[in-house]
Design a protein around this ligand. Sequence first.
Ligand code: ZN
Ligand code: FE
Length: 265
Amino acid sequence: MPSSTAVSVYPVPAFQDNYLWVIHNGQYAAVVDPGDHAPVLEYLRANFLELTAIICTHHHADHVGGVEPLLEALKLREKIPVYGPASERIPARTHALREGDQITVPFLDVTFTVLDVPGHTAGHIAYFGEGLLFCGDTLFACGCGRLFEGTAEQMTDSLSKLKRLPPETKVFCAHEYTMANIRFAEAVEPDNADLKLRKAFCAAKRHRNLPTVPSTIHLELATNPFLRWDQPAVQAAAARRNHGIDANAAPALVFGAIREWKNNF
Ligand code: ZN
Ligand code: FE
């Protein structure tokens, strides 16, 4: 699996299609978005890892439902940090975070900077550092989260921040939605050659039951229709849904038309 200089990151599958990400150095571990506790406990025990932090991106149950049971099971309540967005209700949160805050995960010696990425939820945050991005349900492999609490304007601002990250950044999203996302992306951009390559590559992975995540910012920029509002082919596809759209249309207008199409795809 992928690793930065200091740590490795492993997917713990949960529910239908969630990934609970465990960041560890062979001894200590942090878990990102533990929607469920049982698979995390099992992973920690099987790998002799000691949990030293919980990191949350937003308040949905499939991302935080395991926080309190984990703390209880490991008798860690108030002993380890639970990082989460300042403006959302996160169980047992000890550190309320917003844009620009930095965290250094105890015993792992990795530092993340917090980005505000509202759109999927109003207070959604992402964590970026060590060449890694944990973005919850904001950016998916070849897709993006639904706008449950935010606007298309907010989501395009949020995604713009992610677009500016270094291209080699590894993108750890919270769900395995990639093949369905690619099928939609093909409808938007049938002639995108990078997308065809990605489809073959990801299909082969899924065939062997392997995760298609992480991806990279570079790959997302080339293939993810929700980051490509500045591309003529995406603008043309958006214009077929919303006739007011042309090459000068605001990003949020193009993005919004594509997002709405996906909602009904
Ligand atoms: Zn969510
Ligand atoms: Fe989710």
